[in-house]
Design a protein around this ligand. Structure first.
Ligand code: F7E
Length: 327
């Protein structure tokens, strides 16, 4: 039975990836931080076969202990401060967890001997936020980085550190540069879920308006369930590499609003949405479009869920969930 260790198992991607690995016969371990972390219960309920272990990306000795205990064939490093807006308010914490955390995880693997004969395969959750103020469109694996937030800068550090461990120690270290990916499991702080949840609550008479920031921002939004499949495929390759994972389609926050309100038959959306400075960022990533040709040709990966399907899935899920809570 192959053995996998996932950091950030209690996040959106960790939960989808845990389900995928368990269904493929992996003995799956998930790292949980903090004392009595309430999110651990969600993972236990969804994937009882997963063994949860304590550990923290800020604490190298805990990572060494985790790698020693699990003896993993594959490590997926998904743990991070992942909310870009928060990274402006807590830049040092973001650099420490999202950036240095990658270095610590790689060191733990090296110290425990995982670099010998490529014994451990490592996946780093890199991000399209590294492209930031984009140098070319669409963005692929060769596009230069220009991060626009402490989060983006920390991800660039993590990305190059992963490449460096591949080149220095021959570690099977792969970096997946994933564009935005969403689902009903997305945190309420991210724009897609803030909108789908707000639409559901307005429909049910629980809320009057949604207050957002920059409505002109545009993203290449895919479905998280499709994207964890790409992570797994990357680690099944003989050689480690970097891969962009994206749909190749870009939509604005306005288009998201149009589709989400239409899915609940609330129109026009302008009646229910405000924009407020509070939700603007000191520097913004205006538009992202990914070119996943390499993933398509080498991994045989392509997204299955379209943007309208994704938005409908999220609104329907929030409608059901909010109605259940209101009963
Ligand atoms: O913002 C704009 C906001 O917070 C998307 C993370 O998973 O994807 C995510 O980062 C856009 C931005 O995601 C609101 O200004 C407008 O332009 O949903 P988001 P993100 O910043 O793109 C990348 C790939 C990651 O790696 C990150 O970890 O929407 N926007 N009004 C708003 N965004 C939020 N959150 N809230 C608003 O009210």
């Amino acid at each position: 039975m192959p053995r996998a260790l996932i950091t950030g198992i209690d996040g959106q991607d960790g939960r989808y990836l845990a389900e995928l690995l368990v269904s493929r016969g992996y003995e799956t371990f998930g790292m949980i931080r903090g004392q009595n972390n309430p999110r651990a219960q969600i993972v236990r309920d969804e994937t009882p076969a997963v063994e949860l272990i304590e550990g923290d990306l800020q604490d190298l000795s805990s990572l060494i202990a985790a790698v020693e205990y699990v003896q993993p064939d594959e490590v997926y490093n998904l743990g991070a401060i992942s909310f870009v807006a928060l990274s402006f308010r807590q830049p040092e914490l973001t650099a420490d967890i999202t950036g240095l955390g990658v270095l610590r995880m790689l060191e733990a693997i090296r110290v425990v001997g995982g670099t010998q004969d490529n014994r451990v395969r490592f996946y780093q959750a890199s991000s399209s936020e590294m492209f930031g103020k984009v140098r070319q469109t669409p963005q692929n694996e060769e596009t230069s980085f220009h991060p626009r937030s402490p989060y983006g800068a920390a991800k660039v550090f993590g990305h190059y550190t992963t490449v460096n461990y591949r080149e220095s120690y021959g570690l099977h270290a792969t970096s997946g540069i994933l564009f935005n990916h969403e689902s009903p499991r997305r945190g309420l702080e991210f724009v897609t879920r803030k909108v789908s949840n707000g639409v559901a609550r307005i429909k049910l008479g629980l809320q009057e308006k949604i207050t957002l920031g920059n409505l002109e921002a545009a993203r290449d939004w895919g479905f998280a369930g499709d994207y964890v499949e790409a992570m797994w495929l990357m680690l099944q390759q003989d050689e480690p590499d970097d891969y962009v994972i994206a749909t190749g389609e870009t939509h604005s926050v306005r288009e998201l609003l149009e589709l989400a309100f239409a899915a609940a038959e609330l129109e026009p959306w302008e009646n229910y949405v405000d924009s407020d400075e509070r939700f603007m960022r000191p520097a913004e990533v205006d538009i992202l479009t990914g070119d996943a040709t390499k993933a398509r040709t080498r991994l045989g990966w392509k997204p299955k869920v379209s943007f309208p399907e994704l938005v409908r899935m999220m609104v329907e899920s929030d409608l059901a969930e909010e109605a259940r809570k209101a009963r």
